[in-house]
Design a protein around this ligand. Structure first.
Ligand SMILES: NC(=O)C[C@H](N)C(=O)O
Length: 468
């Protein structure tokens, strides 16, 4: 018993070594070999365990190094010492002593065919080796940031009095009404039983957004949020779209002001700005994987954390502002991604909430603004745009009047019977409310300088690709 305790106590992650190296002490480290360099009298290896963007420099004898190969999983024991090289410290692997455990233990060997050799690999190549792509320094930092941002966001919502809820993945409604749903139940039995009919005679889909269910929760708990996967069967082959992505969504009861909703969105993002340790991790990893400059990253973080409220312009003002650069743009047109980016990067030069879009561009559930000219009807909604990325968040006040919502559904050729449960919220105890949804991977791209959203999620899915 004594021995195993002692061994456990000295097992260190690379992150713990970086945080407090405790030079001169004995340590055991588990990890994967990133590279090995053999000289005549001494050998060096570089070990990573994914707990940090740092790797551990290891010094051992050429004889000991024979056991190590790139990709192998090892356990190494020795003394932590100051390093004469670039590293802050190194592990001097102990000499083997007969009768004692070997200081070099290969837990899982890897041979020459290991697909991640010590050279630059393109993101496209890495996507073809999903089992290993997260072992690269640049990529692993993205996963650490995802974890960081999730916990900071959860902490923010808790402090702001929101209850975290869980929404279904399988649903009978198409929240956005854009027809981009993945159908998992056709609702129509067929003779050959080839069509799924598991859920009976109503169609069922993978959820495109948790919003409608969050509204139900908000009607019971007032302030709610969740983070859940969303699925969109859109064939956009861009660096900003995924067929499966994660959305952070919030719904607030008792608000008649879009400003309240925007303020929550703003505070939530601020909470997810990297602290100094996370910032170092991202910068260190970014050098390896992305051409986004350190300065750009720092500017982005500064931009997000500035204490004064972010710019807010109406859609009508945005069209006016954009017309100089895009003269053919007219009121009523959808803003293209290029126009969104231009507005944030060059005109506003920072994050900007664009509010009150034309009603015909937006889904049925958004609350209509009072307007004198019906041809210019708008809804109380916003898109949060950020430079180089465009839309990060979409939100709105929700229509809470039963009759108005019914007629909006009619205008959108929707069958009210399909959403009776949703309409019921307006029939009994209707309440003013609003909310938003943020594409989590877009935040990851913006904060970490990831150029293609396919590198911001563990296992990306897009039209034509679902590797594993
Ligand atoms: N919860 C939200 O407001 C998000 C919105 N339903 C969307 O998918 O964009």
């Amino acid at each position: 018993m004594r021995t195993s305790r002692a061994v456990l106590a000295s097992v260190r992650t690379i992150r713990s070594l970086v945080e407090s190296p405790r030079l001169g002490e004995d340590a055991t480290v588990n990890g994967w070999v990133r590279s090995v360099r053999r000289m005549k009298k001494v050998a060096f290896a570089d070990i990573g365990d994914g707990t940090s963007a740092d790797t551990l420099a290891v010094v051992l004898t050429p004889e000991q190094s024979k056991q190590l190969s790139t990709g192998a999983c090892v356990q190494l024991s020795g003394k932590l010492s100051e390093s004469p090289g670039n590293q802050k410290f190194e592990l001097q692997v102990a000499e083997p002593v007969p009768g004692k455990p070997d200081p070099v233990k290969v837990l899982g060997p890897a041979d020459q065919s290991y697909p991640l050799q010590k050279k630059f690999h393109t993101a496209e190549y890495l996507r073809t080796i999903p089992s290993f792509r997260w072992k690269t320094l640049g990529n692993s930092s993205v996963l650490r940031y995802r974890s960081y941002a999730q916990s900071r966001i959860a902490r923010y919502f808790e402090s702001a009095g929101f209850t975290q809820v869980s929404s279904p993945i399988i649903t009978s409604s198409d929240c956005e009404g854009a027809g981009e749903v993945f159908t998992i139940n056709s609702g129509e039995p067929d003779k050959n039983q080839k069509q799924p009919y598991f859920f009976g005679d109503k169609p069922a889909y993978l959820s495109v957004s948790s919003q409608l269910h969050l509204e139900v929760y908000a009607a019971a708990l007032s302030r709610v949020w969740n983070m859940a996967p969303a699925f969109r069967a859109e064939k956009s082959d861009t660096n900003r779209h995924l067929s499966e992505f994660w959305m952070v969504e919030a719904e607030l009861a008792f608000t008649e002001s879009l400003k309240d909703v925007m303020t929550v969105a703003e505070q939530m993002i601020r909470a997810a700005v990297p602290d100094s340790a996370m910032a170092i991790d991202i910068i260190q990893s970014n050098k390896q994987s992305s051409s986004t400059k350190q300065e750009t990253l720092k500017q982005r973080w500064q931009m997000l954390s500035q204490p004064k409220p972010w710019a807010r312009v109406t859609y009508t003002e945005a069209v006016e502002l954009l017309r100089k650069e895009f003269p053919s743009l007219k009121w009523g047109d959808s803003l293209s991604s290029e126009q969104e980016k231009h507005l944030a990067a060059h005109i506003i030069q920072g994050p900007v909430f664009v509010t009150d879009y034309p009603m015909h561009q937006k889904p049925f559930y958004m609350k209509k603004n009072a307007v004198s000219d019906e041809t210019k009807a708008t809804v109380a909604c916003f898109d949060l745009l950020v430079p180089e990325m465009g839309e990060l968040i979409g939100g709105s006040l929700r229509e809470d009047d039963h009759q108005t919502l019914l007629s909006a559904m009619n205008d959108n050729n929707m069958n009210p019977d399909d959403l009776e449960w949703y309409l019921d919220l307006r029939k009994y105890g209707s309440f003013p409310h609003g909310g938003y949804g943020m594409g989590f991977e877009r935040l990851v791209c913006f904060v970490c300088g990831v150029e293609n959203i396919r590198e911001a999620i563990g296992f990306p899915r897009w039209a034509g690709s679902c590797v594993c």
